[in-house]
Design a protein around this ligand. Structure first.
Ligand code: SF4
Length: 176
């Protein structure tokens, strides 16, 4: 089994529904998606390291992404009941899974850049503006980086949709 297959197996073992290795990545950081990160639209803006301004400008995010050409796309799919679903709880579960994956299976890589939705869950309360306690593993925001999740899923041939009976959550771990 090669290292990429092992990484995919490790992702499934921590509970992700799907995991796909992506090569030759050329990820675009799009201003139209970064626009959703604003103080009026999101309560997380300005109080943690992974949302603006802590995340850095879109240009700075794009520079970081450019360093990577490969990574693993991770997906959590959950059946939901629209009348009782708690999206924040499901997003937290997805990110706790990501935390487990990063801590248990990614420390041997030379460098990783983890991206997800819903904020970093490494600390109960983000240390911002004091220094980040896990700068090399922290969960950066797909929105702050202006990354189109639909395009990523297309590249990974993963099912992705906005549905009332299923929730699709995505994370991307860029790897060197
Ligand atoms: S690791 Fe902690 S301090 Fe760093 S971004 Fe995540 S929650 Fe904030």
């Amino acid at each position: 089994m090669d290292k990429n297959d092992k990484t995919i197996n490790n992702a499934i073992s921590v509970g992700f529904t799907n995991a796909v290795w992506l090569e030759n990545l050329k990820i675009e950081c799009e201003p139209r998606l970064r626009e959703y990160c604003n103080p009026e639209g999101c309560p997380k803006h300005g109080n943690n390291w992974v949302c603006p301004p802590g995340s850095g400008s879109l240009k700075e995010c794009a520079e970081k992404v450019k360093e990577f050409s490969q990574g693993i796309l991770l997906q959590s799919i959950t059946d939901i009941n629209p009348s009782s679903v708690d999206y924040a709880v499901l997003n937290k579960k997805h990110n706790l899974r990501l935390q487990n994956f990063l801590e248990e299976h990614c420390k041997s890589f030379a460098k990783v850049l983890a991206l997800t939705s819903g904020g970093c869950v490494f600390c109960e309360v983000c240390a911002y503006p004091k220094p980040c306690v896990k700068p090399n593993l922290r969960m950066n925001s797909l929105s702050a980086y202006g990354i189109d999740v639909g395009k990523l899923c297309e590249a990974g041939k993963m099912e992705y949709a906005f549905r009332s009976d299923k929730l699709y959550l995505i994370a991307l771990v860029l790897i060197k």
